[in-house]
Write a protein that binds this ligand. Structure first.
Ligand code: MN
Length: 232
């Protein structure tokens, strides 16, 4: 059946080891405050159940390996902040997935940035309004190439890190996640039906801070991948 207007392009991310194929993205889920020291720097205890927000799939800014992506400094903010996060890519959908079965639903992993207009998010929090304007805007989800799960080595010691202009701003380990990857999948799939193509950004460690035009961000998760981004 024809559409009255041409359909929008399918957002997608490059895939490690296969230059011809891409991972088509359906939804982008994000976990809030999932490292204790980040929860504390945001004024919370880190002892709450997991909570989630979404970014539309077309807020994705895919950045290939060996490339410096370019993110345009967004409108309306004086406080654009970085949040480096491990990305989980769902390959097998489902609902009410038990944590013990969750990893069989994972296609692969990657590195992402949950870019945040912190001033607008802070105002929304204060007013009890949705976070959309602070979190879900154009190019707010830069994501590097995805690596199939079988090729990733992720354990408690896996390092997650973000450097800005060569200075380390965020550095932690996956072992410090409050809610583990299987637990996150369990929780998300209770509230929504997961499907192939869904991405989950699993939360950021402490050290979030502002960036400006001209800054270069280097995000990495050891054994998974990295992502280079310039703010323009
Ligand atoms: Mn985040």
């Amino acid at each position: 059946m024809p559409y009255v207007l041409p359909p929008a392009a399918v957002p997608s991310v490059p895939v490690h080891g296969d230059a011809d194929a891409r991972f088509a993205v359906r939804r982008i889920y994000c976990v809030g405050r999932n490292y204790v020291d980040h929860a504390k720097e945001m004024g919370f205890t880190g002892r709450e159940p997991p909570f989630f927000f979404l970014k539309p799939a077309d807020t994705l800014l895919a950045v290939g390996a060996g490339v410096t992506g370019e993110m345009h400094y967004p409108s309306l903010t004086q406080d654009l902040q970085h949040e480096v996060e491990l990305v989980v890519a769902i390959g097998v959908g489902g609902r009410d997935i038990a944590a013990q079965d969750a990893l069989s639903h994972v296609w692969g992993y990657g590195v992402g940035l949950d870019m945040t207009r912190r001033d607008l998010q802070g105002e929304a929090k204060k007013q009890g309004r949705p976070w959309c304007i602070g979190k879900a805007f154009e190019e707010s989800a830069p994501i590097g190439e995805l690596r199939p799960a079988a090729d990733c080595r992720i354990d408690a010691e896996t390092e997650i890190r973000l450097d800005v202009n060569g200075n380390t701003r965020q550095r932690s380990t996956i072992g410090k996640l409050i809610w583990s990857i299987p637990e996150i999948i369990e929780h998300v799939s209770r509230a929504w039906t997961l499907a192939p193509g869904d991405l989950i950004l699993t939360g950021t460690p402490e050290g979030v801070a502002a960036v400006g035009r001209g800054d270069t961000l280097e995000a990495s998760v050891s054994g998974v991948g990295s992502l280079r981004l310039k703010i323009v």
